[in-house]
Design a binder for this molecule. Structure first.
Ligand code: ADP
Length: 514
């Protein structure tokens, strides 16, 4: 991919073909993006909810009408196989749009909550008010869903959005912009800024009302620091080094198939991919054999029939190379795949690599690799597996494999992780009723589900009194009220409520507060 300001040529990493030519957004345009966003907020935020949702239904229908083309754009721009584009990038967005259409209004409407008895006669509510301009900065690995889901989550409550998709997959960014246009979203409600770091930095500096970032830990920290200067709230969705724990009573065939998909889907360029595989030592050998059998059956290419696509960008290939070389130098054994010395420098395809004889000092165990690697490590007992799984700076996702569901749940409860999946991998991200986010260096905040919509709002507490009484018991004058309050507190907050004493003191207070 080469680019100049006016002429940005996009090439597919898998086929090398020229797929698109587009323009980059100049940093000088940021001010006008912000002005447009502010302007659009005036009407979008006040629009009737059902009218707002009608645009979401339009968008869902446009995506469905253009399913083949959308799949193609994502697959070509990211070097994914078409199945990965369709099932893991597009389907979650359609599912999310359906969820918004059916549930968003109920989640975001004013909610009545309980009022304590001491505030008798009053009513309490929680209201969700859009924050204003939300900046969504997204990555290249799932360029569609990791942009669309935060964008839609912010839009539905009435925020306007400025999106900056990844410069590594710019055609998807442009295509998303066109989808919103074709769905008829009003001008300025969602704008796409196309470019890289510099543009991202300028957008952060423009002081949006909320920043939703998905990407690397390093960039997340830069953005969080910048945001802290102006107390701009941020959600950070960062990396992972997800462990998979296979207990001795697991279904080995299923676990092997799950591990292979979990480690190699999207060429391992998944923040939730299986990057550390801990296997009970009693089934270590049969498990490796089962995994090797599955890997041998995988096909690589760029069509609908292929299983594994290419890497998306060259820098990532170098990181994978560095990690694999480091492991091999330190004694790891390459069970499948090619030694980096035999990699074709002109190809973005990396064969899936299963590695054994792993030691804890290898980068492949501690650093996020984001490539098609599967280091397999034996463990002696569950406590050791839990210890090793938790011994990471990351904590995004994990999986536990066992036929004993109770035992698997007990292990799951001890893992420091944003999500744990039992006898499956990755899928929790596709259930919009579950929160998504990470522990430790994997991020700050959660989205998806009810809280994923509410976080883009000012959560406002409203308490209401009919306004008929001229005074309140806790208002002035204090004179003569202390003992009644003390009585009331003792009657009310002890292990057993003493209602007569409570009422007596309460009535005294009312009398003194005319
Ligand atoms: P990745 O390697 O996963 O792409 P990055 O963190 O480098 O992770 O990039 C994720 C997104 O953040 C991209 O859209 C990128 O352009 C943007 N970005 C990178 N650096 C900055 C920055 N300093 N300020 C704002 N956005 C940035």
């Amino acid at each position: 991919m080469t680019k100049t300001k006016e002429h940005w040529d996009v090439y597919s990493p898998s086929t090398g073909e020229h797929i698109y030519t587009m323009n980059e957004t100049d940093v000088t345009e940021v001010d006008s993006f912000v002005a447009k966003s502010k302007q659009a907020f005036q009407t979008w935020s006040r629009m009737d909810f059902s009218k707002r949702l009608s645009y979401f239904a339009n968008l869902r229908n446009v995506i469905l009408q253009e399913l083949d083309q959308t799949t193609d754009v994502i697959a070509k721009d990211a070097g994914k196989v078409q199945m990965d584009a369709l099932v893991a990038d597009i389907m979650p967005v359609l599912d999310f749009l359906k969820f918004l259409e059916s549930s968003a209004e109920a989640i975001l409407r004013r909610q009545k909550v309980k009022t304590p008895i001491v505030f008798i006669g009053k009513k309490s509510y929680v209201e969700y008010m859009p924050r204003g301009i939300v900046l969504v900065i997204s990555p290249w690995n799932y360029p569609f869903q990791l942009s669309m889901i935060p964008i839609l989550s912010a839009l539905v409550s009435g925020n306007t959005v400025i999106a900056k998709p990844s410069e590594i997959t710019p055609y998807v960014g442009k295509y998303m912009e066109e989808l919103f246009e074709r769905a008829g979203f009003p001008e300025g409600v969602v704008q796409f800024a196309h470019g890289g770091k510099e543009l991202g930095g300028a957008l952060v500096a423009s002081k949006p009302d909320y920043i939703f970032f998905t990407g690397s830990v390093a960039t997340g920290k830069i953005i969080a620091k910048q945001a802290a200067e102006h107390l701009i709230p941020v959600t950070l969705e960062l990396g992972g080094k997800d462990p998979m724990i296979v207990c001795r009573d697991a279904n080995i065939e299923r676990a092997a198939k799950g591990a292979v998909w979990g480690a190699f889907t999207n060429s391992g360029q998944v923040c939730m991919s299986v990057e550390r595989l801990y296997v009970d030592e009693t089934i270590y050998e049969p498990f490796i054999s089962a995994v090797k059998k599955e890997v041998a059956a995988l096909t690589q290419g760029a069509s609908k029939e292929h299983d594994v696509g290419s890497m998306t960008f060259h820098t990532q290939v170098q990181i994978v190379k560095n990690h694999v070389n480091d492991a091999l130098v330190k004694g790891a054994v390459l069970e499948t795949g090619k030694n980096p010395t035999d990699w074709d420098e002109d190809s973005m395809f990396l064969q899936p690599m299963v590695l054994s004889s792993i030691t804890n000092d290898m980068k492949i165990v501690s650093e996020e690799t984001f490539g098609p690697i599967m280091p397999i490590i034996p463990f002696k007992d569950e406590q050791e597996a839990i210890y090793l799984a938790n011994k990471s700076e990351y904590g995004l996702n994990a999986s536990v494999w066992s036929n004993d569901i109770q035992r698997a749940n007990q292990i799951a409860s001890q893992l420091v992780s944003g999500a744990v999946i039992i006898n499956d991998v990755i899928i929790s991200v596709a259930n919009h009723h579950l929160p998504f986010g990470g522990a430790k260096q994997s991020g700050v905040g959660r989205y998806h589900g009810e809280q994923g919509l509410r976080m883009f709002c000012h959560e406002k507490a409203i308490m209401q009194d009919a306004g008929k009484k001229s005074n309140e018991i806790q208002w002035y004058p204090y004179n003569g009220k202390f003992d009644d309050f003390k009585n009331m507190i003792e009657a009310f907050y002890g292990n057993q409520r003493k209602w007569v004493r409570f009422l007596k003191s309460y009535l005294n207070l009312l009398k003194k507060s005319k």
